[in-house]
Design a protein around this ligand. Structure first.
Ligand code: PXL
Length: 278
């Protein structure tokens, strides 16, 4: 077994639109981390703002790939999941995690299924119930506020939150079995936005200056940078803060370009990652 770490990321290929695998792979590569990919579906483009999309479901490829990797002795130090193609994939991913993990392998789950108070097109409450079972197995989860509300059963509130509200969400997530929680999109005042990190004890907050642009794909940039920094040895809170900083720089690089509504120019922020490599 190679001494170098190897990560597997499991999420869709949106052929254009700067999200999921087209974001995760370049970001993890910029960290210098070997990354395998398991595409959950192939879409012409993401589902957030385009008028339509093609969708090729790759669910039944997963057990075949799992069996083949076992035959070849392929294994991974960490599994980072994002947007899934079907609820059935959750069972396949749990099996894959058992089958091709290195000792001590970690499961990092971004329950990518909702934003701005709503589930993405194609997801329903039944999927949320299945996602809860993956959350319960994960070492770390990376929900945004909307996803955390769906998972915890806490009502979604638009705008600024309070520490009491965030604690209620944390407790609700803990009740369904979440262990280490990185909650994104947290803000108590209009001028700051950040993350809330709970590893079982008290919640730690890391805030950055608020940047006023709602942007698609930022959750995937956050989760990918978080995973890379965490696997390089950062604490969870430090990895989350660095990920937030890369997201902010990506948004800033995109501001003023109204034709670029579908995503953010994360490519221009990659040097933040390559420059910090040890
Ligand atoms: O960024 C999350 C995401 C990933 N993949 C697809 C999506 C979305 C969000 O809408 O549609 C296909």
């Amino acid at each position: 077994m190679s001494k170098d770490i190897r990560i597997l990321t499991i999420q869709d290929i949106s052929c254009v639109g700067q999200c999921s695998l087209t974001v995760a792979l370049p970001i993890l590569s910029a960290f210098g981390i070997e990354t395998g990919v398991l595409p959950t579906a192939v879409l012409s483009n993401h589902t957030g703002g385009y008028s339509g999309w093609t969708f090729a479901d790759l669910t039944e490829e997963i057990p075949k790939i799992d069996a083949q990797w076992q035959k070849e002795g392929v294994d991974f130090n960490a599994f980072y999941t994002g947007y899934l193609g079907s609820a059935k994939q959750i069972e396949y991913i749990k099996r894959l995690f058992k089958d091709v993990s290195r000792p001590g392998a970690e499961l990092i789950v971004d329950p990518a299924m909702a934003d701005n108070g709503k589930l993405y097109a194609g997801f329903d409450e039944a999927f949320v119930e299945d996602m809860k079972t993956l959350v319960a197995q994960a070492d770390i989860i990376l929900p945004n506020i909307t996803e955390a509300c769906f998972l915890s059963g806490v009502e979604y509130l638009d705008g600024c939150q309070t520490p009491e509200y965030i604690e209620k969400i944390m407790q609700g997530l803990r009740k369904i079995g979440a262990k280490k929680i990185v909650l994104t999109g947290v803000g108590f005042t209009a001028d700051k936005l950040g993350v809330a990190v709970n590893e079982g004890g008290s919640t730690e907050y890391r805030f950055e200056d608020y940047v006023d642009r709602r942007s698609h794909g930022t959750g995937d940039i956050f989760a990918s940078v978080f995973t890379g920094a965490y696997m390089q040895g950062d604490s969870i809170a430090d990895a989350a803060q660095f990920a937030a900083q890369v997201v902010i720089e990506s948004i800033k690089q995109t501001m003023g370009d109204d034709d670029h509504w579908y995503g953010v120019k994360f490519e221009k922020a990659l040097k933040m990652i390559t420059e910090r490599n040890r």
